[in-house]
Design a protein around this ligand. Structure first.
Ligand code: PSU
Ligand code: MN
Length: 305
């Protein structure tokens, strides 16, 4: 048996059959500095609740897959230095050995699916890194979207990545990439990427119906909903481009590889923009939590009709 534990709030929602939104823990432990990471995690949970769903922040603690964390646990992931970053490759080993780790998009999808949760909100998914033709660094988030039936709401892929290649890979894998409310894919901190969206939807109901239809067709895999950052919070892509270039050069010069790449780049962006990248990141995660709660509610309506 998988050692699993549910927070009281998630247990209650499961008993009543009310909507639940999964949330990841790597964004807390590796994606943002303390204490803004814990404050954001709490705000995101509150946003999910305010929109009619129960938040389920997911992590592995002492060999138990936790679906829903309490306040002390959120704080622990915010402060713990050196907590493991778990993806598909390491979640089972961590559980089996009684370890503790934060779950990435891929691992959170696996856990959410096991717990029967269909909708998940995060900031940005991992993808194809720039220079992947040399490094082969492609996030395990992409093949996960191809095989685990969870709808993931993100602000696109992080702009530190090679966005055209990331979306090419998603297309190859047959992952529906849905821009919410615009014709273009967003680029995390910016609303525009210059890349036309393969699909556009304008309501949570439409997204929920598409999720349900994939299930009826027995298609494996989830959907990526690319939700643009709110206008007032965005940073123009042209302004960020040189900052991203500089961060990538530093990563290369310092020989940063594998799991360290994404956290390193996010931290350098934060330093070089004097915190503005973080303010934008917080705004977009909250925006994603709101939409995910609406999708979970719409899916609930559809499946209880
Ligand atoms: N979104 C954010 N901040 C993050 C991440 C996503 O706004 O820190 C994390 C997610 O957990 C995602 C991971 O799965 O970065 C991707 O890491 P990698 O590139 O090593 O696969
Ligand atoms: Mn990687």
């Amino acid at each position: 048996m998988i050692p699993m534990s549910f927070s009281p709030e998630v247990s209650e929602a499961m008993k009543l059959g009310t909507p639940i939104v999964a949330l990841e823990s790597t964004i807390i432990s590796h994606g943002m500095p303390y204490p803004q990471n814990v404050e954001t995690a709490r705000l995101v949970e509150a946003e999910v609740r305010a929109n009619g769903a129960a938040p389920a922040t997911i992590a592995v603690i002492d060999g138990v897959l936790c679906i829903g964390l309490d306040d002390a646990q959120l704080e622990m992931f915010g402060q713990a230095d050196g907590v493991a970053k778990l993806s598909r490759a390491d979640i089972a080993a961590c559980l089996a050995s009684g370890g503790t780790g934060a779950t990435t998009v891929a691992a959170t999808m696996i856990a959410a699916h096991h717990a029967g949760i269909s909708v998940f909100a995060t900031g940005g998914i991992g993808g194809v890194h720039r220079g992947a033709d040399q490094t082969f660094d492609i996030s395990a988030d992409l093949p996960e979207l191809a095989q685990t039936p969870v709808t993931v709401v993100a602000a696109g892929a992080k702009a530190i990545l090679d966005l055209p290649k990331t979306f090419e890979v998603l297309e190859t894998y047959g992952v529906p990439v849905i821009a919410y409310g615009q014709d273009e894919l967003p680029a995390f901190w910016s609303r525009a990427s210059g890349i036309p969206a393969p699909l556009r939807m304008d309501s949570a109901e439409e997204i929920a119906r598409a999720h349900q239809m994939r299930g009826l067709l027995d298609l494996p895999g989830g959907q990526l909903v690319a939700n643009p950052i709110p206008v007032e919070a965005e940073i123009a892509a042209s302004e960020l481009a040189p900052v991203i270039e500089a961060a990538l050069k530093e990563a290369e010069a310092q020989g940063i590889t594998a799991k360290e790449v994404t956290p390193f780049l996010l931290d350098r962006m934060y330093q070089m923009t004097e915190g503005r990248s973080l303010t934008a990141n917080i705004a977009l995660v909250l925006n994603n939590a709101r939409l995910a709660a609406k999708i979970a509610a719409a899916l609930h309506e559809l499946t209880h009709k």
